[in-house]
Design a protein around this ligand. Structure first.
Ligand SMILES: Nc1ncnc2c1ncn2[C@@H]1O[C@H](COP(=O)(O)OP(=O)(O)OP(=O)(O)O)[C@@H](O)[C@H]1O
Length: 297
């Protein structure tokens, strides 16, 4: 498989925080959503990929090549949108585009003009007159106008209204229509990731808890409901968000086929009700503090 981005055992040590062997891979033609709570290490991972900070271990490959902080070339192939948009506030959009274009050998003026029209941003507007949504769109435009193969975005949709969020997400989908392209974006908004991501990577406390194809994940993670007489410690071990009452128990299994096999072996007569769950439910069950804590339902 052709991977646009590979992160292998990335380590970064801050005084009070560590990225611990962060690994994941994004194949060409796909969108990966990078999700995790505040302070989980999303921006630190993205800054490491972009070479903005020194790393303490591991390897980062962009378009198949191992990259290091001192390489500038690989960044030409990445369209990057950071958490904050830094522009010169008193300058116009037109001036900004002209200025930024000089840093990229592959800048496409025609595309930049097309995107400006599409996003309805006037080149004569001063940066300080732009709304938050317009600033993000301008950043995205700049990221796209140098025709990168890979887009990397840190919380691009945070703080935007649903309409602008949709416009931005639609742009990602259009971008990966070319199967040599890929998008890696971090977000807090599970709904955005559910809507467009092909792959989901979940980070918590500097560790990757899960990185998988979204459809595979949703086909394996299911909610089960079983008669309480078929409950025991081994069964509970294989469920998250376990809850019970006098009649039945429920829980989320991360591998429904495996759960069915265990049950069939132990309790051949047990009837298992199986329900689909949302990506939100999967992520919530991942952060469950004590997976064996039973609650009443
Ligand atoms: N330059 C730094 N020096 C020391 N610690 C840092 C530095 N930058 C980030 N950290 C710490 O690293 C941890 C992870 O921060 P990071 O910004 O990567 O999280 P995040 O997942 O992007 O969070 P958020 O969703 O809030 O943006 C935090 O505890 C943060 O305080």
């Amino acid at each position: 498989m052709n991977y646009l981005l590979e992160v292998n055992n990335l380590c970064k040590n801050y005084r009070e925080f560590r990225l611990k062997n962060v690994s994941f891979k994004l194949p060409a033609g796909y969108i990966m959503g990078f999700i995790g709570p505040n302070g989980a290490g999303k921006s630190t991972t993205i800054k490491s990929i972009m070479g903005y900070i020194n790393i303490d271990g591991g390897e980062i490959k962009v378009l198949g090549e191992t990259v290091s902080r001192s390489d500038a070339d690989y960044k030409q192939k990445i369209g990057y949108v950071g958490e904050e948009q830094y522009f010169i506030e008193n300058m116009t959009v037109g001036w900004t585009l002209n200025f930024v274009s000089k840093f990229y050998t592959t800048w496409d003026d025609k595309l930049s003009m097309h995107l400006l029209k599409k996003y309805n941003i006037s080149p004569s507007k001063k940066i300080r007159e732009l709304s938050k949504g317009m600033r993000v769109k301008l950043s995205l435009m700049i990221a796209l106008a140098h025709r990168p193969q890979l887009l990397i975005l840190d919380e691009p949709t945070s703080g935007l209204d649903p309409l602008v969020r949709k416009e931005i997400l639609d742009e990602f989908m259009e971008f990966v229509q070319d199967e040599n392209h890929g998008v890696f974006f971090s977000s807090h908004i599970t709904e955005d990731i559910s809507r467009i991501a092909d792959y989901v990577t979940y980070i918590n406390n500097g560790e990757i808890i899960l990185s998988d194809e979204k459809d595979r994940l949703l086909s394996r993670w299911k909610k089960v409901k079983v008669d309480i007489k078929y409950a025991d410690e081994e069964v509970k071990e294989n469920l998250r968000m376990y809850a019970q009452n006098a009649f039945y128990y429920t829980g989320i299994t991360w591998d429904v086929e495996r759960f069915k096999t265990i049950m069939k072996k132990k309790y051949p007569g047990a009837k298992i009700e199986i329900d689909n769950i949302s990506l939100d439910d999967v992520l919530m069950s991942l952060v469950e503090v004590d997976k064996h804590a039973s609650v009443s339902i």
